[in-house]
Design a protein around this ligand. Sequence first.
Ligand code: PGA
Length: 250
Amino acid sequence: MNTDFRPLIVGNWKMNGLAAALDQAKALASALADEAVAARVGLCPPATLLAQAAWALKGSAVLLGGQDCHTEPSGAFTGDVSAEMLADAGASLVILGHSERRAGHGETDALVAHKVAAALRAGLEPIVCVGETLAERDAGREIEVVTGQVTASLPDALAGRDFAVAYEPVWAIGTGRTPTLEQIGAVHGAIRQALTQRFGHQGVGVPILYGGSVKPSNAQEILGLDEVGGALVGGASLKAEDFLGIIRAG
Ligand code: PGA
C-alpha cells in the first residue's frame, strides 16, 4: 500500500520521440543523480522507446512507465501492447484512461477499469486519468463527471495496491490554460472524498496528480495545494530542463 507521501511527478511524452529523444532521458537521469529531490519521478515514453529508455535510466531513481495497455496478457490483438510487455520492457508504471484515449479511441470507464486490473496483474502501478470537457465544466458538472469517472474506472482489485489518480481537465491539456487554484482544489477534494468512501483509510494516501499545462512557472503553486500529490506533465516533459524545473518544485 502507498505509504510514500512524496509527490509523484510523471512525464508523458505521448506520440513524441525518436531515438534522439533518449538524450533527454539521459540528461534527466544524470541531473537527478547529482541532486536530491523530494518527488518520485516517472517517465512514460512511447512504447517503441521503452526498452532503450530503461537502459538510459538504468541505475537512476527515475521510474519508467507505459502510456496505455491492453486488457489481455497476450494474443491476437494487432498493434496492442500488454501490461506484461510493458513490465518486461522495464516499466513499473502505466498511464490509463488518458482523455486522448477516452476521446480518440472510445475508451469507456468500464474498459479503463479492465485495463487497471491488467496493470495490477502485471505488477504495474496504474495512474488513472479523469477530467471533464469544457462543455461539462461550463455546465457546472465537473465534480459529478470526475467523481463518476473515478468510481467507474477504479476496480475493487485496487484495494491494498499502489495506484494514483490524475485529474486532467480536458480543456487544460496542451492548451496553456490551467484552472484556478480554487478550481483544482475543489476537484481534488471531491476525488479524495470519493477515494476514502471507496477505499477507506487507503484512500487517504492515494496520490492525486494534477495534469494539464503544468510548466516550471506554475508547478510550485499547483503542487503546493492540499490534495495535489504530484503532476502529470505532457509538453513540458519533452525537454529535460523544463521537466526538471517542475520536478524541483515538487
Ligand atoms: P500537457 O499534457 O502538459 O501538454 O498539457 C498533460 C497530459 O495530457 O498528461
